[in-house]
Design a protein around this ligand. Structure first.
Ligand code: GLU
Length: 507
């Protein structure tokens, strides 16, 4: 048998911001497609008009742009199996609704909400299925004339799948193995509503997966309960032979305790749950996204890749190319993956270290500029190189490094008390003369000359260095002293020292 071309889809419903779990699902689909030289498709499942949220689709597209996980086909890209937005495929679904009705695989049900409620009240655990459908008002219990009369009168109805009871339905899941469910526990799910002329999720999802020639349905565990119904739908539509393979990914769990990761956990523990910031159009509430929280997309992707999958060992830092090469559904776990968000911070730190100083400087330079500093890019690169190992996020560099760019105007009181001795003004004035005489202002040369001077004078190294630091930084922090003076250059170093001696003496 000829192997089917690998075609996978990410099929979000535009009901709000994309949850980080959805990003993980999309990532696994992307890796799988890339590995097999297949297609990664974006389909928008917007048949539930009551849950449609404006802006959500654009948000989804922008998210994947930022994450650098491009689609090959679908909404925003195009392709020859479109349209890829389900709301634009009404006519297609109607054809299959008609086919199912004609083949006796589905039926029309006219029960009003009141009638359904009455049933729910009188029958314990009521379910619309083989055991109850013959007591309901549908095209199976009504005569052809009665049904036609209701249709002619424009009465609203739904189309339900007719599930035959007592049959073991098998779902072959590439992660979970064979999952068997007896059809008697399933209900006759609604496939179509005449009220809006739209199919429900189940029908649209199956029809589209078939027509778009999807080879593998890789999605979250929350869709596993729908899989037996989907298998039955494939059969009812006569497509059993070309059914896609299923793989249901493990749940993302709360960082602590049990249960599924929720926005509430994220808010409480202070980490983002969405890739990009999102303002809820109803409540006006804004949630900060990973992008705005200053995560690098590569770091986030690496973190997410390992939530439910591993490369067969405990390797953690994995490049995109390597992930594409190594990804496999066999190494996806069945059990839920704890969303250890501190690990995402760690990944971001590691990616800052891995990237070149220039790459990080590209990200940091705009922050420096936003603080009104006009400085050469080369200087930013140098400072980044000295300081990036101390931060988890690029924006943290400013707090740590601003003294490289902006001379101190005030001097930290505590540090002054502790570090500025009686002899400091005189010693610093002497040091200024020593530095002034140095032609080669390299780190090594400065260090050698200053250390020789300290030794010759019999000064206390700690006292000198602490006071020197205070004059250049304004407080007691920062890297190696001569790194600082070298970056500042001779002129700026001397100017800062002079100002410090004057200002601190007047305190
Ligand atoms: N529209 C569903 C969702 O929002 C798609 C589920 C699937 O991938 O089949 O996740």
């Amino acid at each position: 048998m000829k192997e089917k071309r690998v075609r996978v889809r990410f099929a979000p419903s535009p009901t709000g911001a994309l949850h980080i779990g959805g990003v993980r699902t999309a990532l696994y689909n992307y890796l799988f497609a890339r590995q097999h030289g297949g297609d990664f498709i974006l389909r928008i499942e917007d048949t539930d008009s009551t849950r449609f949220v404006p802006g959500a689709e654009e948000y989804i597209q922008e998210s994947f742009k930022w994450l650098n996980l491009p689609f090959d086909e679908g909404v925003g890209v195009g392709g020859d199996k479109g349209p890829y937005r389900q709301s634009e495929r009404r006519d297609i679904y109607i054809r299959y609704v008609d086919q199912l009705l004609a083949d006796g695989k589905a039926y029309m049900a006219f029960d009003t909400p009141e009638e359904l409620n009455a049933m729910r009240e009188s029958v314990a655990n009521f379910q619309y299925d083989a055991s109850t459908r013959m007591q309901m008002r549908n095209s199976l219990t009504l005569s052809k004339e009665e049904t036609d009369a209701l249709l002619a009168a424009n009465k609203q109805y739904v189309v339900r799948i007719k599930i035959e009871p007592n049959e073991d339905v098998r779902v072959n899941d590439l992660i979970r193995g064979e999952v068997v469910i007896n059809s008697s526990v399933l209900d006759d799910k609604v496939l179509y509503k005449s009220a809006d002329g739209l199919p429900t999720y189940h029908l649209a999802n199956v029809v589209d997966d078939h027509l778009m020639e999807i080879s593998h349905v890789i999605r979250g565990e929350e869709w596993l309960p729908s899989a037996p119904l989907h298998v039955l739908l494939y059969r009812a539509l006569g497509w059993a032979d070309s059914m896609p393979a299923f793989a249901h990914l493990p749940l993302l769990l709360k960082p602590e305790g049990n249960g599924k990761l929720s926005k509430r956990d994220a808010d409480r523990l202070g980490f983002p749950i969405f890739p990009l910031s999102w303002t809820d159009p109803k409540t006006g509430e804004t949630s900060v996204g990973y992008r705005e929280a200053d995560y690098m997309p590569e770091a986030l992707v690496n973190f997410l890749a390992l939530l439910g999958w591993n490369p067969g060992n405990d390797q953690e830092i994995i490049s995109m190319d390597e992930m594409i090469r190594k990804f496999d559904l066999e190494h996806c776990s069945k059990s839920g993956a704890k969303f250890a968000y501190q690990k995402a911070v760690w990944f971001n730190h590691e990616y800052i270290l891995m990237k070149s100083d220039r790459e990080i400087a590209e990200l940091f330079a705009p922050i420096v500029k936003a603080h009104g500093v006009d400085v050469s890019f080369e200087k930013v690169v140098t400072v980044v190189g000295m300081m990036k190992n101390r931060v988890n996020f690029v924006h943290e560099l400013w707090e740590l490094c601003s003294f490289f760019f902006v001379a101190p105007t005030a001097y930290d009181e505590k540090t002054v008390k502790k570090r500025w001795k009686e002899d400091s003004p005189r010693e610093m004035t002497e040091l200024m003369h020593v530095l002034e005489g140095i032609d080669d202002f390299s780190i090594e040369n400065q260090e050698k000359i200053v250390m020789d001077w300290i030794a010759a004078k019999g000064y206390h190294t700690g006292n000198i260095m602490n006071a020197f630091r205070l004059t250049l930084v304004g407080e007691g922090k920062g890297p190696h002293m001569f790194d600082i003076s070298w970056v500042l250059g001779k002129e700026e170093t001397l100017a800062r020292m002079q100002r410090a001696i004057k200002v601190i003496n007047q305190l």
